[in-house]
Design a protein around this ligand. Structure first.
Ligand SMILES: Cc1cc2nc3c(=O)[nH]c(=O)nc-3n(C[C@H](O)[C@H](O)[C@H](O)COP(=O)(O)OP(=O)(O)OC[C@H]3O[C@@H](n4cnc5c(N)ncnc54)[C@H](O)[C@@H]3O)c2cc1C
Length: 492
């Protein structure tokens, strides 16, 4: 029986572990933290449950398929419920509207807010559906191992069809006139950690996921997905090691011969998968002489996606005006992205709040459990940023108060996360939420490959590689890499 060692227990690593174990491999997974799930982290404190990380879940079948393919019943591990009118958007002038996967609900709202948008909504949906289906057909379900993989005529044609020269913002302007509708849709760029004024139109496929396929919630908290994956992995015999940081990969003649743990123990494996952010983990674990295609200089050239400033706020009682997914927009979105791009915190940030207790009061019986997220610049390369988290927290609370949402007066529990915390806790390259940015047209598809070009038995799965960041993509990445390994050995 062949042995696979997986470094990192994020969703990508857990998915690869489940897929390989169900295909007859002996799998050992090493995670440096005490929890599995990586950025999908359950924070349970003083009666409040918070889903740190993925709050907005799309493409539930991607998670379910991993278990089904492994011969398990997904409903034994986690269940999803669809949120139809999923996101309330609120603007400084008091206007609010919802994003929904009901076409008639959307058209009715648009008739009031954006008659041109209402008239064009059907063709908008058709076009974003096309973008999604092209990506799904040519991109999501395969690994990318070298530049040759981009040369297939089908992929070349697909890439040309996805309007690669237009920005996301320009794409939306073709269909909508009301700047607030466009701003709400522009926000989808942040789901890949990018900027709508430069990210290519291709990513309008994210609008398809939310406005057609829908937004989902996992009963008991989205972190139950990670918990379910851990149970499934154990049921299939995966050996899971927590508090087990990998220090080094021992490479000889283009093969990883040993995975060296922090405690000095060396594990032998036939194949190795790095699930930790590869821009950080690969250079940390493999000395530069063994990876000429991925030099330290090349790593420095990657632009990280945006990071986040997070407040977990447990409240006494509930705020009725707060919705499960609620966005409070800045008056000047362009300025906000400019500030972040130049390495600064936005002075008037757009604030996203997820309060899962609105649909699932049991997770937080005494009051609302607010996960408050503001886009933030990635950490700087040298010194840590001299941001005062207390001051910035106050900027956020004051801004929410101006919208009539008074968090501070109800605050019972609070935890603050800066981009440095995200970097250190998850080993995320410069604290980025979604791996490398997808801003330049070429970045949209050209992420680091799923397999080392220098070391024959080393693979990469997770948000910094193909097909991209965000929880369903990361799961696809783990599945694709596991299937590539099975295929290499003549199975699958
Ligand atoms: C604040 C925030 C909000 C987000 N919101 C959403 C959302 O709403 N929807 C969505 O779909 N996605 C969201 N995401 C993104 C999503 O969480 C990630 O894309 C996904 O969870 C990443 O999974 P991964 O498998 O790439 O690895 P990670 O979760 O990054 O896990 C990698 C693991 O590797 C471990 N590791 C690294 N180096 C080593 C080593 N040397 N030895 C052992 N272990 C190591 C790390 O400790 C980590 O646990 C969000 C992320 C954040 C941080």
């Amino acid at each position: 029986m062949k042995t696979v060692a997986i470094i990192g227990g994020g969703l990508g690593g857990l998915t690869a572990a489940i897929t390989l174990a169900s295909s007859g491999y002996h799998v050992k997974l090493f995670e440096k933290n005490s929890h599995f799930g990586g950025k999908m982290l359950a924070v349970d404190q003083e009666g409040y449950h918070f889903d740190f990380g993925p709050n907005t879940i799309t493409l539930p079948h991607v998670f379910q398929n991993v278990l089904e393919k492994a011969g398990l019943n997904p409903n034994h591990y986690f269940t999803f419920e669809k949120l139809t009118h999923h996101t309330r958007n609120t603007f400084s002038d008091g206007l609010s509207f919802d994003l929904s996967s009901s076409e008639s609900y959307m058209t009715n709202q648009l008739k009031q807010l954006d008659p041109k948008g209402a008239a064009k909504y059907k063709s908008f949906i058709k076009d974003i559906e096309k973008l999604y289906s092209l990506s799904n057909q040519h991109f999501f379900h395969r690994t990318f191992q070298s530049w040759r993989d981009y040369l297939s005529p089908q992929l070349g044609n697909a890439l040309r069809k996805v309007k690669p020269t237009r920005t996301l913002h320009d794409f939306y302007e073709q269909y909508f006139q009301n700047p607030r509708i466009i701003q709400a849709l522009d926000r989808y760029a942040t789901y890949i950690g990018s900027n709508p004024y430069v990210a290519p139109a291709t990513f309008a496929m994210i609008a398809y996921l939310e406005l057609v396929d829908g937004v989902y919630y996992t009963k008991g908290g989205n972190t139950n997905i990670a918990k379910g994956f851990v149970h499934a992995a154990k049921d299939l015999g995966v050996e899971l090691y927590a508090n087990a940081k990998v220090r080094q990969l021992h490479v000889h003649q283009k093969q990883v011969e040993g995975v060296v743990l922090e405690n000095g123990e060396t594990i032998e494996a036939d194949e190795v998968i790095i699930n930790g952010d590869l821009l950080k983990a690969y250079p940390d674990l493999v000395s530069e002489e063994h990876r000429p295609h991925f030099s330290n200089q090349k790593v420095r050239e990657f632009e990280p996606s945006i990071s986040g400033f997070v407040i977990l706020a447990g409240l006494e009682g509930r705020i009725p005006d707060l919705h499960h997914h609620h966005v409070f927009f800045s008056g000047n979105y362009k300025k906000e992205f400019k500030q972040i791009e130049s390495g600064h915190y936005a002075t008037e940030p757009t604030i996203y709040i997820c309060t899962s207790s609105k649909v699932d009061p049991d997770v937080s019986p005494n009051g609302d459990n607010c996960f408050i997220l503001v886009n933030a610049p990635p950490t700087s390369v040298g010194e840590d940023d001299d941001l005062d988290p207390e001051e910035y927290k106050q900027v956020i609370y004051d801004r929410l108060k101006s919208f009539g949402i008074d968090i501070q007066s109800k605050l019972k529990y609070e935890q603050v996360w800066t981009p440095e915390d995200i970097r250190d806790k998850f080993g995320a390259f410069r604290g980025s939420l979604y791996g490398p940015a997808s801003n330049r047209k070429v970045d949209a598809f050209a992420r680091p490959f799923n397999r080392s070009q220098d070391i024959q038995n080393l693979y990469f799965a997770g948000g910094s590689t193909h097909p991209g960041g965000g929880s369903p993509m990361v799961v696809l990445s783990g599945k694709n890499v596991a299937e590539a390994i099975v295929k290499k050995h003549g199975g699958g």
